[in-house]
Design a protein around this ligand. Structure first.
Ligand code: UDP
Ligand code: MG
Length: 309
């Protein structure tokens, strides 16, 4: 029988976990696999770890947990889970039941056909989420897909089932700043997407503020695209050409019509400010990439484990 590892990142999920585990267990029983649950406690400040220990006591053979020394973020938790997984098939899913467990059955049989290496899920709507958030996220997918060679399917979730081959490919990308949606797409393989309607969190609340989502989107773009750098190059080039011809024009005009004395300090100040602003913006952009190089070359661990079982 094949082994199925299920990786669940948990951050302050004390209320969701008692609902999550039985719901998933019920579905997994219907699939002919040997399950392995790997819960990753991402430095929760509530009783998540206590809940995990309780679940682990119930089924010591199939349930494992990893507990971080502090909050390292969902991406780090996913990486830790993937490293610990020993299954032939691996699933990553959220602890809040926003990833419908019923889909596991369909995912399994699709992978079993041998036609697909990875079966992912995408939300086709965002019922119950704020209009602003869904508009911003649509914009993100549009921009990211325009400028990056790594394509993202709109509404795609991290929720997916992968073969061992795909997991090993994902693990071979040991980069420090991890944007899983991009990584899953970058590794390639035959991927099928199942669509489903948005489901609300069963309990607890999501801590994502609009600002955090914005940062996440920016990180996603700079991790998988160099387009911002190319844009700054072109901006610099165009303004150089324009000013080059403007200088020639002004000097020639001065020779031919000396009566046109140079006046208008206000336009001059505006131009200086514009160019100065553009320069700062471009330096800032370059700085973002340098910052990411800096973090990468330090080779800090992506997560630190405090205890596991
Ligand atoms: N999560 C995590 N570390 C964090 C934030 C979230 O491990 O720092 C987990 C969380 O417990 C959940 C999943 O990542 O299982 C998705 O989080 P959330 O529901 O807050 O995000 P959303 O569904 O709104 O994208
Ligand atoms: Mg959620």
């Amino acid at each position: 029988m094949k082994k199925l590892s299920i990786i669940i990142p948990c951050y302050n999920e004390q209320e969701s976990l008692p609902l999550f585990y039985p719901a998933v267990k019920k579905i997994v029983k219907k699939i002919p696999v040997e399950p392995e649950y790997i819960f990753v406690n991402d430095g929760s400040s509530d009783d998540t770890l206590k809940e995990l220990k309780k679940i682990q006591q119930e089924d010591k053979e199939h349930v494992h947990y990893i507990s971080f020394s502090r909050n390292f973020g969902k991406e780090a938790a996913l990486y830790a889970g993937l490293q610990a997984a020993t299954g032939d098939l691996v699933v990553v899913m959220d602890a809040d039941l926003q990833d419908p467990p019923e889909l596991l059955i369909e995912m399994y049989y699709l992978i079993k056909t041998g036609e697909w290496d990875m079966v992912g899920c995408r939300r086709v709507d965002r019922n119950g989420e704020s209009k602003l958030k869904s508009w911003l996220s649509n914009m993100f997918y549009k921009v990211a897909n325009k400028i990056s060679e790594t394509k993202l399917v709109p509404g795609v979730r991290d929720y997916r089932m992968m073969t061992r081959q795909v997991v090993d490919a994902v693990l071979s990308m040991s980069e420090y700043s991890r944007f899983s949606k991009g990584i899953f797409s970058w590794v390639g393989f035959n991927t099928k997407y199942l669509s489903y309607s948005n489901v609300q969190r069963v309990a607890g609340k999501s801590d994502w503020t609009i600002w955090q989502l914005f940062k996440y989107a920016m990180d996603g773009i700079s991790d998988f695209s160099q387009a911002p750098l190319n844009i700054t190059l072109w901006l610099g080039f165009v303004s150089f050409i324009v000013s080059f011809f403007a200088i020639i024009f002004i000097v020639v005009r001065h020779w031919i019509f000396p009566q046109y004395a140079i006046n208008g300090w206000s336009s001059l100040v505006c131009i200086i400010l514009l160019i100065g602003g553009l320069q700062l913006l471009c330096i800032g952009l370059v700085g973002r990439y340098i910052g990411r190089i800096y973090l990468q070359v330090k080779r800090r661990p992506i997560y630190i484990i405090k205890e596991k079982k």
